[in-house]
Design a protein around this ligand. Structure first.
Ligand SMILES: Nc1ncnc2c1ncn2[C@@H]1O[C@H](COP(=O)(O)OP(=O)(O)OP(=O)(O)O)[C@@H](O)[C@H]1O
Length: 920
């Protein structure tokens, strides 16, 4: 019964079933209840009954087939057990590898993979030359080296598993089915399949006796069957799983296999999952943490290189066979009896090597180090085969490599060591290039790793394929880098972010940062981000060491990094946003940055605040030595200040001492109000001065910072087109965002200092810096103490002088006193204003009483006074408060009105004086 055909077995089976039906039934029940291990044991028992010598194994399998057929199991079960029994026949059995190829197995002296000895150094030089040309070819060497070593590892996968090692990655390569590269990979896999025969080298008459032909695996529609086939028939050999013709089944199988390491125990595959396939597909679409994806669709391998590999296939394949058959010698030459008897002989050596890799290449992730360590470990062993083939003396030296342009002569051991060092280096390079930071590899933080996987999963469900890797963990956030896999665009990642965030409810902050052209960043945090400490930036070493002329601590970017910008580079800045969006806060930060950095008088500052509040928030800076004059709140004075600044610019441009002069930064809050309150005659000169300051100010070291709620052209009046640095805070309407940035976006900001900043770099999204008033006060006090005025060109601007100079100037707003007579309504208004200026508060009833007029008329007058910014309604309809405390607080229109009817500056001042004396 040396070779039974299937029909023989069937016939025999049938006879036995009818003959001893009863006994078989009880045996069948018995066998059905057996565990997997029991079947193994039964098989071993059968082995001990039937097998005595290796040579008889082929026949033993037939006997086993009959044995199993007797069990009266269902056809599918019989097939399963038979395939299992067949599969356990070859591959690793302890330290021995049983070949599946009858010719290689039974004709050790006469088969296609015989090795020939290397008898002299000339031959050694030739062989080393060929090895070098194959594995270290500049263009294709690294690919070959990587795949070849991966295949060597696949041969030892069972032994690795037994020693508690698993490969961190399965391998998936994208390449064209008709490419030379595909043929190259097939050839490498075939060379490394120890069982495959090399027919061109066969000296036996009938090479069908080989009994084994290497085959690529093509997935079918039954993933379970595929898996069964692969596990049983492709264990302990490298195999390609090809996905060019059956993409759907291929993807299903890849997903199943990629998930197996997680559920090996559940599936009962713990000791049987001994294969390491290479997946090859036309295009990489999937994304798994444990699949090393390499897209080589653009690589064109030369035919000459493939020919070189083919030419050497006999040598290469015979070395593989030797490595496997003599693995104890090749891989563990110094292993003593003690280590052989140990349960895990591999572990120590490989672990030490992996540690060495991760220490020597700190940028390489842990899993990559493991991969490199394992791959090069087998390559080292592989090269050692050569050593055994050499019959010449160990001490004999030969030169086959160059170092620094010179051939170096050294022993063969040294030559081998040089090649293994080279392969280590190339493998590291290869990993750096193709697997820079896979998720789950460099993510040491458990939570981050879990999060990365979740993110990938949610995106995958939306058909967006990405690989997520951790870039940094900051106190309250994770920053991931995202690599898109083929077919996925960057915009797919940002487009689906909302859906992914909704599915990951725990994380309130989920942002994609696409600014860095090279990589996408994903910032994930449980709470909305709250970096805004101005003090943190001011005390940061980058701020202290900054060589910028006028550094401004703008805020924090999405990843939590600080952002500092140079005001002198802007050269002017427009800052705009809705009310309460954070404009004043941003300007405070800018002023604090100047105060903190420049305490020797190299930057002078002018602050104007036209918000119309009685107490300007900027008043906190009054008396700070870097200020050229107290905060200006009156547009009239503002007008004069701009004219003076313009004059200063012209003066400076003629002055050769300009380089030594301080910078002047002029900050104007609610800039449009400056124009609103200036009468026609002065508007043109103000416009002209502003426009010239904006275009030429930088050359005179003068920089403007303009803030506005609504920066539409007609409000800004002067040409702001050449203000290239712009900060948009939250806008109420997208049109405002367009007015500031030229595009939408700022309308989507959340407020509270969130900003979009365009300067030399566009579209920076920042959280503006913030400092509490109390801290600001403390800090300013400290700054004041340390301030030393060193710059002798200090730009001093005296507000009082400004006011009177303005009043005296030809452009005075008070036109020809006593030239007009008021009509009766104006007369009443005139009286009402003069009377009100002497009051703190007024009420409709009191006004009626004072002017002796009725309710309607009084209401009209109050409305006109409100329009002139003279009074403001109190809460709860409790009357009006009178706004101006001094003449500078009065609007230009009001002064003009009074002037038209002959009221002079001294009239106004004496009315105001009455009020202040009342307060005293
Ligand atoms: N960078 C920031 N971080 C945190 N909170 C901020 C920030 N900027 C502003 N805020 C908050 O928003 C409030 C309004 O800010 P701010 O007064 O600067 O706005 P604004 O745009 O100048 O308002 P308005 O136009 O009414 O003057 C502040 O009181 C503060 O609480």
């Amino acid at each position: 019964m040396s070779k039974l055909s299937d029909s023989d077995i069937k016939r025999f089976h049938q006879r036995l079933i009818t003959g001893i039906d009863k006994d078989l039934n009880s045996f069948a029940t018995f066998i059905k209840d057996l565990e997997e291990e029991d079947v193994v044991e039964l098989n071993e028992y059968a082995h001990s009954l039937f097998i005595s010598r290796h040579k008889e194994r082929a026949m033993d399998m037939d006997k086993l087939k009959v044995f199993v057929s007797l069990m009266n199991l269902s056809c599918a079960d019989v097939k399963r057990i038979l395939s299992y029994l067949e599969s356990i026949e070859y591959g690793w059995h302890g330290n021995e590898y049983i070949l599946n190829n009858s010719c290689l197995r039974f004709h050790p002296l006469n088969h296609c993979k015989r090795k020939s000895s290397v008898c002299d150094v000339e031959m050694a030089v030739d062989i080393f030359g060929e090895i070098y040309d194959i594995f270290f070819d500049k263009e294709y060497g690294k690919i070959t080296l990587f795949i070849f070593n991966y295949c060597l590892t696949a041969l030892f996968i069972k032994r690795l598993n037994q020693d508690g090692f698993s490969m961190p990655f399965f391998l998936q390569i994208a390449c064209d089915r008709d490419s030379v590269l595909y043929q190259l990979i097939e050839k490498i896999v075939e060379i490394c399949d120890v069982n495959a025969g090399l027919f061109s080298n066969c000296t036996n008459d009938d090479h069908a006796y080989c009994g084994y032909i290497h085959q690529t695996y093509y997935p079918t529609q039954s993933t379970a069957k595929d898996l069964d086939d692969l596990i049983h028939n492709n264990k302990d050999i490298p195999v390609i799983i090809a996905g060019h013709e059956n993409e759907r089944y291929y993807n299903a199988l890849l997903r199943e296999i990629a998930n197996i390491p997680n559920k090996k125990n559940v599936l009962g595959l713990k000791d049987r999952f001994n294969f390491l396939p290479i997946f090859i597909c036309p295009m990489i679409k999937s994304s798994f943490d444990n699949v090393f994806d390499i897209d080589l669709t653009d690589l064109e391998v030369s035919k000459t290189y493939l020919t070189l590999l083919r030419k050497n296939e006999q040598m290469l394949a015979s070395w593989v066979l030797d490595l496997v058959k003599e693995s104890e010698d090749r891989l563990f030459p110094q292993m003593n009896e003690y280590s052989i008897s140990r349960k895990h002989p591999f572990s120590g050596k490989i672990k030490a090597y992996i540690n060495y890799i991760s220490q020597n290449y700190p940028d390489v992730t842990l899993n990559n180090a493991k991969n490199i360590g394992l791959l090069n470990f087998f390559f080292k062993g592989y090269l050692r085969v050569f050593n055994r083939l050499c019959t010449f003396s160990l001490d004999e030296k030969f030169a086959c490599f160059e170092r620094k342009g010179e051939m170096i002569s050294q022993t063969r051991e040294k030559n081998i060591a040089m090649l293994t060092d080279l392969s280590e280096h190339d493998l590291v390079e290869f990993h750096r290039r193709y697997l820079p930071s896979p998720s789950g590899a460099c993510i040491h933080d458990k939570e981050a790793s879990r999060l990365a996987k979740q993110i990938e999963k949610h995106y995958r469900a939306l058909k967006v394929f990405i690989r997520v890797a951790l870039a940094a963990v900051k106190e309250d956030r994770y920053i991931f880098t995202v690599d898109t896999l083929q077919g996925t665009k960057d915009t797919d990642v940002s487009g689906k972010i909302g859906t992914v965030q909704r599915r990951m409810k725990k994380y309130e902050c989920f942002r994609v940062d696409l600014r860095d052209k090279k990589s996408i960043k994903l910032i994930v945090a449980e709470k909305p981000l709250e970096d805004n400490s101005l003090i943190e930036i001011l005390k940061h070493k980058d701020f202290a060491n900054s060589k910028m002329e006028i550094p401004y601590a703008v805020g924090f970017d999405e990843t939590g990094d600080i952002c500092i910008e140079d005001i002198s580079e802007f050269p002017h800045l427009l800052l705009a946003g809705a009310t309460r969006s954070g404009k004043s806060t941003a300007m405070m930060s800018l002023l604090m940055s100047i105060a903190y950095k420049h305490w020797t008088g190299d930057v002078n500052v002018l602050i104007m605040d036209f918000l119309g509040k009685t107490d300007s928030d900027f008043a906190i800076f009054n008396n700070q030595p870097f200020l050229s004059c107290p905060v200006i709140t009156s547009p009239m004075v503002g007008l004069k200040a701009i004219l003076r600044l313009h004059e200063e610019m012209q003066k400076r441009l003629q002055d050769k001492n300009l380089p030594n002069m301080p910078y002047i930064v002029c900050v104007i809050d609610e800039f449009p109000r400056l124009f609103a309150d200036i009468v026609n005659g002065s508007i043109e000169s103000l416009k002209g001065a502003m426009t010239e300051l904006l275009s030429g100010g930088r050359h005179a070291k003068i920089h403007l910072v303009l803030a506005a709620q609504d920066p539409v052209k007609k409000h800004m009046v002067c040409g702001i087109g050449n203000i290239s640095a712009r900060i948009a805070l939250k806008c109420g309407h997208y049109q405002n965002s367009v007015a500031i940035l030229g595009r939408k976006g700022a309308d989507k900001l959340l407020g509270k200092g969130q900003m979009i900043f365009d300067s030399h770099e566009r579209d920076k999204r920042l959280q503006g810096s913030f400092i509490k008033k109390t801290d600001m006060k403390k800090l300013l006090d400290e700054i004041k103490k340390t301030y030393v005025q060193q710059n002798k060109y200090y730009f001093n601007f005296d507000e009082i002088k400004l006011t009177s100079a303005f009043m005296e100037s030809g452009e005075a707003i008070l036109v020809n006193p006593k030239t007009s007579r008021p009509n009766s309504e104006d007369e009443k208004l005139l009286d009402a204003i003069m009377w009100s200026l002497s009051q703190n508060q007024i009420a409709n009833s009191r006004l009626q009483e004072y002017l002796k007029i009725g309710n309607n008329r009084s209401n009209r007058i109050l409305k006109r006074m409100e329009a002139l910014y003279l009074i403001e309604r109190l809460h709860g309809n409790l009357g009006w408060t009178v706004v101006p405390e001094c003449i500078e607080d009065m609007s230009v229109e009001a002064i003009k009105f009074l002037g038209t009817y002959g009221r002079t500056e001294s009239d106004i001042n004496s009315a105001l004086l009455k009020r202040s004396s009342k307060n005293d």
